[in-house]
Write a protein that binds this ligand. Structure first.
Ligand code: PMP
Length: 445
Protein backbone atom coordinates (compact mmCIF):
# COMPACT_ATOMS: atom_id res chain seq x y z
CA UNK A 1 0.00 0.00 0.00
CA UNK A 2 1.22 3.50 -0.82
CA UNK A 3 2.37 5.58 2.13
CA UNK A 4 -0.20 8.31 1.50
CA UNK A 5 -3.03 5.76 1.35
CA UNK A 6 -1.91 4.26 4.65
CA UNK A 7 -1.86 7.64 6.33
CA UNK A 8 -5.35 8.34 4.96
CA UNK A 9 -6.59 5.02 6.32
CA UNK A 10 -5.02 5.74 9.69
CA UNK A 11 -6.62 9.16 9.83
CA UNK A 12 -9.99 7.71 8.96
CA UNK A 13 -10.00 4.87 11.51
CA UNK A 14 -7.30 4.99 14.17
CA UNK A 15 -7.61 6.90 17.43
CA UNK A 16 -4.12 7.63 18.76
CA UNK A 17 -3.09 7.75 22.43
CA UNK A 18 -2.49 11.09 24.17
CA UNK A 19 -3.23 12.83 20.87
CA UNK A 20 -5.50 15.75 20.01
CA UNK A 21 -7.01 13.97 17.04
CA UNK A 22 -8.43 16.98 15.18
CA UNK A 23 -5.00 18.60 15.19
CA UNK A 24 -3.37 15.30 14.25
CA UNK A 25 -5.73 14.72 11.32
CA UNK A 26 -5.29 18.27 10.06
CA UNK A 27 -1.56 18.77 10.52
CA UNK A 28 0.43 15.65 11.36
CA UNK A 29 2.39 13.54 8.95
CA UNK A 30 3.00 10.53 11.19
CA UNK A 31 6.00 8.29 10.94
CA UNK A 32 4.92 5.26 8.92
CA UNK A 33 7.14 2.52 10.23
CA UNK A 34 7.82 -0.37 7.91
CA UNK A 35 10.84 -1.85 9.63
CA UNK A 36 12.96 -1.36 12.73
CA UNK A 37 16.29 -2.64 13.92
CA UNK A 38 18.57 -1.72 16.81
CA UNK A 39 17.97 1.93 17.72
CA UNK A 40 16.41 2.78 14.34
CA UNK A 41 12.91 3.04 12.89
CA UNK A 42 12.48 3.05 9.11
CA UNK A 43 9.71 5.09 7.49
CA UNK A 44 7.90 3.99 4.32
CA UNK A 45 9.41 7.05 2.58
CA UNK A 46 12.90 5.58 3.07
CA UNK A 47 13.92 7.83 5.97
CA UNK A 48 15.72 6.24 8.90
CA UNK A 49 14.97 7.65 12.34
CA UNK A 50 16.90 7.20 15.55
CA UNK A 51 14.35 6.17 18.17
CA UNK A 52 15.20 8.57 20.99
CA UNK A 53 12.73 7.11 23.46
CA UNK A 54 12.93 3.39 22.69
CA UNK A 55 9.28 3.43 21.58
CA UNK A 56 7.83 4.65 24.86
CA UNK A 57 10.74 3.28 26.92
CA UNK A 58 10.21 -0.40 26.17
CA UNK A 59 12.76 -1.33 23.49
CA UNK A 60 15.68 -1.41 25.87
CA UNK A 61 17.59 -3.93 23.77
CA UNK A 62 16.81 -2.15 20.52
CA UNK A 63 14.28 -3.21 17.95
CA UNK A 64 14.21 -6.76 16.63
CA UNK A 65 17.03 -8.16 18.76
CA UNK A 66 17.66 -11.50 17.02
CA UNK A 67 17.73 -13.51 20.24
CA UNK A 68 14.40 -12.08 21.38
CA UNK A 69 12.82 -12.71 17.99
CA UNK A 70 14.03 -16.32 18.12
CA UNK A 71 12.72 -16.85 21.65
CA UNK A 72 9.35 -15.47 20.58
CA UNK A 73 9.01 -17.51 17.42
CA UNK A 74 10.19 -20.72 19.10
CA UNK A 75 7.60 -20.31 21.82
CA UNK A 76 4.93 -19.39 19.27
CA UNK A 77 5.68 -22.64 17.46
CA UNK A 78 5.27 -24.65 20.68
CA UNK A 79 2.29 -23.15 22.48
CA UNK A 80 1.59 -19.44 22.24
CA UNK A 81 -0.96 -19.21 25.00
CA UNK A 82 -2.46 -20.93 27.96
CA UNK A 83 -3.97 -19.40 31.08
CA UNK A 84 -2.33 -19.86 34.47
CA UNK A 85 -5.58 -21.21 35.93
CA UNK A 86 -4.54 -24.57 37.31
CA UNK A 87 -1.89 -24.69 34.58
CA UNK A 88 1.79 -23.90 34.55
CA UNK A 89 4.60 -23.95 32.03
CA UNK A 90 8.35 -23.64 31.85
CA UNK A 91 8.54 -19.98 30.71
CA UNK A 92 6.34 -18.75 33.60
CA UNK A 93 7.92 -20.93 36.30
CA UNK A 94 11.53 -20.38 35.31
CA UNK A 95 11.10 -16.66 34.69
CA UNK A 96 9.66 -16.26 38.19
CA UNK A 97 12.66 -18.07 39.65
CA UNK A 98 15.05 -15.92 37.61
CA UNK A 99 13.36 -12.64 38.58
CA UNK A 100 13.40 -13.53 42.26
CA UNK A 101 17.12 -14.34 42.03
CA UNK A 102 17.78 -10.83 40.67
CA UNK A 103 15.24 -8.86 42.73
CA UNK A 104 16.30 -6.13 45.17
CA UNK A 105 17.56 -7.73 48.36
CA UNK A 106 18.17 -11.15 46.79
CA UNK A 107 20.92 -12.92 48.67
CA UNK A 108 21.15 -10.21 51.32
CA UNK A 109 21.58 -11.87 54.71
CA UNK A 110 20.30 -8.80 56.56
CA UNK A 111 16.84 -8.99 54.95
CA UNK A 112 14.51 -11.16 57.07
CA UNK A 113 12.85 -14.03 55.19
CA UNK A 114 9.39 -12.45 55.28
CA UNK A 115 10.68 -9.22 53.77
CA UNK A 116 12.34 -10.85 50.76
CA UNK A 117 10.66 -10.54 47.38
CA UNK A 118 9.81 -14.16 46.76
CA UNK A 119 6.68 -14.40 44.56
CA UNK A 120 5.79 -13.24 41.06
CA UNK A 121 2.31 -12.36 39.80
CA UNK A 122 2.02 -11.82 36.04
CA UNK A 123 -0.08 -9.37 34.08
CA UNK A 124 -0.01 -7.50 30.78
CA UNK A 125 1.42 -3.98 31.07
CA UNK A 126 2.65 -1.34 33.47
CA UNK A 127 -0.80 -0.16 34.51
CA UNK A 128 -1.92 -3.65 35.40
CA UNK A 129 1.31 -4.37 37.27
CA UNK A 130 0.39 -1.37 39.45
CA UNK A 131 -3.27 -2.40 39.64
CA UNK A 132 -2.15 -5.80 40.95
CA UNK A 133 -0.03 -4.14 43.62
CA UNK A 134 -2.91 -1.87 44.69
CA UNK A 135 -5.30 -4.80 44.97
CA UNK A 136 -2.75 -6.99 46.74
CA UNK A 137 -2.15 -4.30 49.35
CA UNK A 138 -5.84 -3.56 49.84
CA UNK A 139 -6.89 -7.20 50.05
CA UNK A 140 -3.98 -8.06 52.32
CA UNK A 141 -5.04 -5.51 54.92
CA UNK A 142 -8.74 -6.31 54.50
CA UNK A 143 -8.19 -9.93 55.43
CA UNK A 144 -5.38 -9.53 57.90
CA UNK A 145 -6.97 -7.47 60.62
CA UNK A 146 -6.57 -3.90 59.25
CA UNK A 147 -9.71 -3.39 57.12
CA UNK A 148 -9.52 0.40 57.33
CA UNK A 149 -6.22 0.41 55.49
CA UNK A 150 -7.55 1.42 52.10
CA UNK A 151 -5.74 4.68 51.36
CA UNK A 152 -2.54 5.17 49.42
CA UNK A 153 0.05 7.91 49.79
CA UNK A 154 1.18 9.16 46.41
CA UNK A 155 3.57 11.83 45.21
CA UNK A 156 2.85 14.90 43.19
CA UNK A 157 4.16 14.24 39.68
CA UNK A 158 3.73 10.49 40.02
CA UNK A 159 2.62 8.49 37.01
CA UNK A 160 1.47 4.92 37.55
CA UNK A 161 -0.72 4.08 34.58
CA UNK A 162 -3.96 4.34 32.68
CA UNK A 163 -6.49 2.23 34.54
CA UNK A 164 -8.80 3.84 37.09
CA UNK A 165 -6.84 2.37 40.01
CA UNK A 166 -3.44 3.36 38.69
CA UNK A 167 -4.80 6.78 37.69
CA UNK A 168 -6.14 7.22 41.23
CA UNK A 169 -2.62 6.90 42.62
CA UNK A 170 -1.23 9.22 39.94
CA UNK A 171 -0.08 12.72 40.75
CA UNK A 172 -0.05 14.52 37.39
CA UNK A 173 -3.13 16.75 37.68
CA UNK A 174 -3.74 17.02 33.95
CA UNK A 175 -4.07 13.26 33.58
CA UNK A 176 -6.30 12.75 36.60
CA UNK A 177 -8.50 15.80 37.12
CA UNK A 178 -10.88 15.00 34.28
CA UNK A 179 -11.58 11.59 35.85
CA UNK A 180 -11.75 13.05 39.35
CA UNK A 181 -15.21 11.78 40.29
CA UNK A 182 -14.27 8.21 39.32
CA UNK A 183 -11.01 8.04 41.28
CA UNK A 184 -10.59 6.80 44.82
CA UNK A 185 -9.30 9.08 47.52
CA UNK A 186 -5.55 9.17 48.13
CA UNK A 187 -3.18 11.23 50.25
CA UNK A 188 -1.15 13.52 47.99
CA UNK A 189 2.26 14.72 49.10
CA UNK A 190 4.74 16.99 47.26
CA UNK A 191 7.21 15.59 44.77
CA UNK A 192 10.64 14.61 46.10
CA UNK A 193 12.05 16.09 42.88
CA UNK A 194 11.31 19.68 43.95
CA UNK A 195 14.37 21.92 43.52
CA UNK A 196 14.58 22.44 47.29
CA UNK A 197 15.15 18.72 47.80
CA UNK A 198 13.15 15.77 49.06
CA UNK A 199 12.88 16.70 52.75
CA UNK A 200 9.54 18.53 52.40
CA UNK A 201 7.98 15.57 50.60
CA UNK A 202 9.33 13.20 53.19
CA UNK A 203 8.06 15.28 56.10
CA UNK A 204 4.58 15.07 54.55
CA UNK A 205 4.85 11.31 54.03
CA UNK A 206 5.91 10.86 57.62
CA UNK A 207 3.14 13.13 58.91
CA UNK A 208 0.50 11.30 56.84
CA UNK A 209 1.71 7.94 58.14
CA UNK A 210 1.67 9.25 61.68
CA UNK A 211 -1.78 10.85 61.34
CA UNK A 212 -3.45 7.90 59.62
CA UNK A 213 -1.58 4.77 60.70
CA UNK A 214 -4.78 2.74 60.54
CA UNK A 215 -5.74 3.94 57.07
CA UNK A 216 -2.64 3.80 54.90
CA UNK A 217 -2.43 0.64 52.80
CA UNK A 218 0.83 1.66 51.14
CA UNK A 219 3.05 4.42 49.88
CA UNK A 220 3.58 4.15 46.12
CA UNK A 221 6.46 5.79 44.27
CA UNK A 222 8.62 5.66 41.16
CA UNK A 223 12.05 5.25 42.73
CA UNK A 224 14.67 7.86 41.84
CA UNK A 225 13.01 9.28 38.71
CA UNK A 226 9.44 10.37 37.97
CA UNK A 227 9.23 9.57 34.27
CA UNK A 228 6.03 10.86 32.73
CA UNK A 229 6.12 13.97 34.94
CA UNK A 230 9.06 15.10 32.82
CA UNK A 231 12.01 12.92 33.84
CA UNK A 232 12.29 14.42 37.31
CA UNK A 233 15.29 12.87 39.04
CA UNK A 234 15.57 12.79 42.83
CA UNK A 235 17.92 11.35 45.42
CA UNK A 236 17.76 7.69 46.51
CA UNK A 237 17.81 8.93 50.12
CA UNK A 238 14.12 9.72 49.80
CA UNK A 239 13.27 6.13 48.92
CA UNK A 240 15.32 4.91 51.86
CA UNK A 241 13.64 7.34 54.25
CA UNK A 242 10.17 6.33 53.04
CA UNK A 243 11.06 2.68 53.46
CA UNK A 244 12.02 3.31 57.08
CA UNK A 245 8.90 5.38 57.72
CA UNK A 246 6.58 2.70 56.31
CA UNK A 247 8.36 0.08 58.42
CA UNK A 248 7.87 2.22 61.51
CA UNK A 249 4.08 1.95 61.16
CA UNK A 250 4.21 -1.49 59.54
CA UNK A 251 2.66 -0.60 56.21
CA UNK A 252 3.70 -1.31 52.64
CA UNK A 253 5.97 0.36 50.12
CA UNK A 254 5.10 -0.19 46.46
CA UNK A 255 7.96 0.51 44.06
CA UNK A 256 6.72 1.20 40.54
CA UNK A 257 9.74 0.21 38.45
CA UNK A 258 7.79 -0.01 35.22
CA UNK A 259 10.14 2.59 33.72
CA UNK A 260 13.25 2.16 35.85
CA UNK A 261 13.31 -1.63 36.21
CA UNK A 262 16.03 -3.55 34.36
CA UNK A 263 18.74 -1.05 33.92
CA UNK A 264 17.31 2.30 32.86
CA UNK A 265 19.13 4.07 35.71
CA UNK A 266 22.30 1.99 35.42
CA UNK A 267 21.34 -0.21 38.36
CA UNK A 268 19.32 -3.37 37.75
CA UNK A 269 16.51 -1.84 39.78
CA UNK A 270 16.29 1.77 40.96
CA UNK A 271 15.54 0.36 44.43
CA UNK A 272 19.08 -1.03 44.41
CA UNK A 273 20.41 2.55 44.25
CA UNK A 274 18.69 3.13 47.57
CA UNK A 275 19.47 -0.32 49.01
CA UNK A 276 15.74 -0.74 49.55
CA UNK A 277 13.56 -3.83 49.33
CA UNK A 278 9.92 -2.83 48.73
CA UNK A 279 6.95 -5.01 49.69
CA UNK A 280 5.67 -4.92 46.12
CA UNK A 281 7.61 -4.17 42.96
CA UNK A 282 6.00 -3.48 39.55
CA UNK A 283 7.80 -4.33 36.32
CA UNK A 284 6.82 -4.05 32.64
CA UNK A 285 8.30 -2.20 29.62
CA UNK A 286 11.93 -3.51 29.57
CA UNK A 287 10.82 -6.88 30.91
CA UNK A 288 9.80 -8.05 27.44
CA UNK A 289 11.99 -5.60 25.52
CA UNK A 290 9.24 -4.33 23.24
CA UNK A 291 8.21 -7.70 21.83
CA UNK A 292 5.11 -8.44 23.89
CA UNK A 293 2.89 -6.61 26.35
CA UNK A 294 3.98 -8.33 29.54
CA UNK A 295 4.35 -7.40 33.20
CA UNK A 296 5.10 -8.76 36.65
CA UNK A 297 4.40 -7.71 40.20
CA UNK A 298 6.86 -9.10 42.74
CA UNK A 299 5.67 -9.58 46.31
CA UNK A 300 7.40 -10.43 49.56
CA UNK A 301 6.81 -13.70 51.36
CA UNK A 302 4.88 -11.81 54.02
CA UNK A 303 2.42 -10.36 51.48
CA UNK A 304 2.04 -13.77 49.86
CA UNK A 305 1.44 -15.46 53.20
CA UNK A 306 -1.43 -13.06 53.86
CA UNK A 307 -3.41 -14.82 51.15
CA UNK A 308 -3.18 -18.30 52.69
CA UNK A 309 -5.60 -20.01 55.03
CA UNK A 310 -8.83 -20.43 53.12
CA UNK A 311 -10.33 -20.37 49.66
CA UNK A 312 -12.01 -17.04 50.24
CA UNK A 313 -8.59 -15.51 50.91
CA UNK A 314 -7.24 -16.08 47.38
CA UNK A 315 -6.17 -12.96 45.52
CA UNK A 316 -9.13 -11.86 43.43
CA UNK A 317 -7.22 -10.96 40.32
CA UNK A 318 -6.22 -12.53 36.97
CA UNK A 319 -6.21 -11.44 33.34
CA UNK A 320 -6.77 -13.76 30.38
CA UNK A 321 -3.15 -13.28 29.34
CA UNK A 322 -1.70 -13.66 32.83
CA UNK A 323 1.72 -15.34 32.44
CA UNK A 324 1.40 -15.52 28.66
CA UNK A 325 4.08 -17.96 27.44
CA UNK A 326 5.24 -15.71 24.59
CA UNK A 327 5.86 -12.82 26.96
CA UNK A 328 7.47 -15.06 29.58
CA UNK A 329 9.76 -16.76 27.05
CA UNK A 330 10.86 -13.38 25.68
CA UNK A 331 11.41 -12.02 29.19
CA UNK A 332 13.66 -14.97 30.04
CA UNK A 333 15.70 -14.22 26.94
CA UNK A 334 15.80 -10.51 27.87
CA UNK A 335 17.40 -11.46 31.19
CA UNK A 336 19.86 -13.76 29.40
CA UNK A 337 20.85 -10.98 26.98
CA UNK A 338 21.36 -8.58 29.88
CA UNK A 339 23.78 -11.10 31.36
CA UNK A 340 25.58 -12.06 28.15
CA UNK A 341 25.91 -8.52 26.77
CA UNK A 342 26.58 -6.82 30.12
CA UNK A 343 23.78 -4.36 29.47
CA UNK A 344 24.04 -2.77 32.93
CA UNK A 345 27.78 -2.27 32.41
CA UNK A 346 27.04 -0.63 29.07
CA UNK A 347 24.65 1.83 30.72
CA UNK A 348 27.15 2.71 33.43
CA UNK A 349 29.82 3.29 30.79
CA UNK A 350 27.64 5.45 28.52
CA UNK A 351 25.71 7.42 31.19
CA UNK A 352 28.38 10.12 31.76
CA UNK A 353 28.24 11.01 28.08
CA UNK A 354 24.46 11.53 28.26
CA UNK A 355 24.80 13.64 31.40
CA UNK A 356 27.61 15.78 29.99
CA UNK A 357 25.70 16.39 26.76
CA UNK A 358 22.55 17.62 28.53
CA UNK A 359 24.60 19.79 30.88
CA UNK A 360 26.37 21.32 27.90
CA UNK A 361 23.07 22.01 26.14
CA UNK A 362 21.67 23.81 29.19
CA UNK A 363 24.88 25.76 29.69
CA UNK A 364 25.23 26.94 26.11
CA UNK A 365 21.78 27.19 24.49
CA UNK A 366 19.60 30.17 25.43
CA UNK A 367 16.29 29.17 27.00
CA UNK A 368 17.39 25.58 27.70
CA UNK A 369 17.48 24.78 31.42
CA UNK A 370 17.26 22.25 34.23
CA UNK A 371 19.59 19.60 32.85
CA UNK A 372 19.18 16.24 34.53
CA UNK A 373 20.29 12.75 33.76
CA UNK A 374 20.50 9.31 35.25
CA UNK A 375 21.64 6.16 33.48
CA UNK A 376 20.27 6.23 29.95
CA UNK A 377 17.93 9.17 30.49
CA UNK A 378 18.77 12.79 29.85
CA UNK A 379 16.42 15.78 29.86
CA UNK A 380 16.16 19.55 29.72
CA UNK A 381 13.25 21.99 29.96
CA UNK A 382 12.29 24.86 27.69
CA UNK A 383 10.14 27.37 29.56
CA UNK A 384 7.98 26.05 32.35
CA UNK A 385 4.86 25.32 30.36
CA UNK A 386 4.26 21.75 31.45
CA UNK A 387 2.78 18.94 29.41
CA UNK A 388 0.52 21.01 27.14
CA UNK A 389 3.25 23.48 26.17
CA UNK A 390 4.40 23.54 22.54
CA UNK A 391 8.13 24.15 22.96
CA UNK A 392 9.09 20.50 22.91
CA UNK A 393 7.10 19.97 19.73
CA UNK A 394 9.10 22.59 17.85
CA UNK A 395 12.19 20.66 18.84
CA UNK A 396 10.44 17.46 17.76
CA UNK A 397 9.92 18.90 14.27
CA UNK A 398 13.51 20.14 14.02
CA UNK A 399 14.77 16.75 15.20
CA UNK A 400 12.61 14.91 12.74
CA UNK A 401 14.21 16.77 9.85
CA UNK A 402 17.50 15.41 11.18
CA UNK A 403 16.30 11.82 11.34
CA UNK A 404 15.49 11.72 15.05
CA UNK A 405 12.22 10.62 16.62
CA UNK A 406 12.23 12.81 19.74
CA UNK A 407 8.73 12.88 21.19
CA UNK A 408 8.73 15.38 24.07
CA UNK A 409 6.80 15.57 27.32
CA UNK A 410 5.41 19.06 26.74
CA UNK A 411 8.25 21.47 27.42
CA UNK A 412 10.58 18.67 28.46
CA UNK A 413 12.91 17.38 25.77
CA UNK A 414 14.44 14.06 26.74
CA UNK A 415 16.10 10.93 25.48
CA UNK A 416 15.56 7.41 26.83
CA UNK A 417 16.98 5.25 24.06
CA UNK A 418 17.79 1.56 23.92
CA UNK A 419 20.23 0.70 26.69
CA UNK A 420 22.50 -1.10 24.23
CA UNK A 421 22.54 1.76 21.73
CA UNK A 422 25.91 1.64 19.93
CA UNK A 423 28.33 4.46 20.78
CA UNK A 424 28.18 5.98 17.31
CA UNK A 425 24.39 6.06 17.37
CA UNK A 426 24.40 7.61 20.84
CA UNK A 427 26.78 10.32 19.59
CA UNK A 428 24.50 10.92 16.62
CA UNK A 429 21.47 11.10 18.93
CA UNK A 430 23.01 13.59 21.37
CA UNK A 431 24.41 15.77 18.58
CA UNK A 432 21.01 15.73 16.88
CA UNK A 433 19.19 16.78 20.07
CA UNK A 434 21.68 19.58 20.60
CA UNK A 435 21.46 20.83 17.01
CA UNK A 436 17.65 20.73 17.11
CA UNK A 437 17.57 22.71 20.36
CA UNK A 438 19.99 25.27 18.89
CA UNK A 439 17.88 25.62 15.79
CA UNK A 440 14.73 26.26 17.83
CA UNK A 441 16.56 28.63 20.19
CA UNK A 442 17.79 30.62 17.22
CA UNK A 443 14.19 30.93 16.03
CA UNK A 444 14.89 29.08 12.84
CA UNK A 445 12.45 26.24 13.41
N1 PMP B 1 4.21 3.18 35.71
C1 PMP B 1 5.18 3.95 35.20
C2 PMP B 1 6.28 4.44 36.09
C3 PMP B 1 5.17 4.29 33.85
O1 PMP B 1 6.15 5.06 33.34
C4 PMP B 1 4.14 3.79 33.02
C5 PMP B 1 4.07 4.09 31.53
N2 PMP B 1 4.70 5.20 31.07
C6 PMP B 1 3.15 2.98 33.59
C7 PMP B 1 3.22 2.69 34.93
C8 PMP B 1 2.05 2.42 32.77
O2 PMP B 1 2.55 1.42 31.92
P1 PMP B 1 1.73 0.94 30.64
O3 PMP B 1 1.71 2.10 29.70
O4 PMP B 1 2.51 -0.22 30.12
O5 PMP B 1 0.37 0.56 31.09
Amino acid sequence: MERADLVALDKQYVWHPYTAMDEYIANTDPLVVVRAEGPYLHDADGTRYLDANGSWWVSTLGHRHPRLVRALTEQAGTFPHTSLAGVTHEPAARLAQELIALAPGAGREDVPAGERLSRVFYSDNGSTAVEVAIKMAAQYWAQNGRPRRTRFITLSGAFHGETIGSTSVGGVQLFRDIFGPLLFDVVHVPSPAEPEGWERAFARVEAALREHPDEIAAVILEPVIQGAAGMQVYAPGFVRAVREATRAVDTFLIADEVFTGLGRTGARFACDLAGVVPDLLCLAKALSGGLMPFAATLATERVFAGFGGGRERALYYGHSYCGNPLGAAVAREVLAVYRDEDVLGQVVRKAPKVKAAFERMAATIPGVKQPRAIGMVGAVDLGGGGYLARGGWRVYEAARRRGLYLRPLGDTVYVAPALNIPDAALDELLAGVEASLREVAAGRA
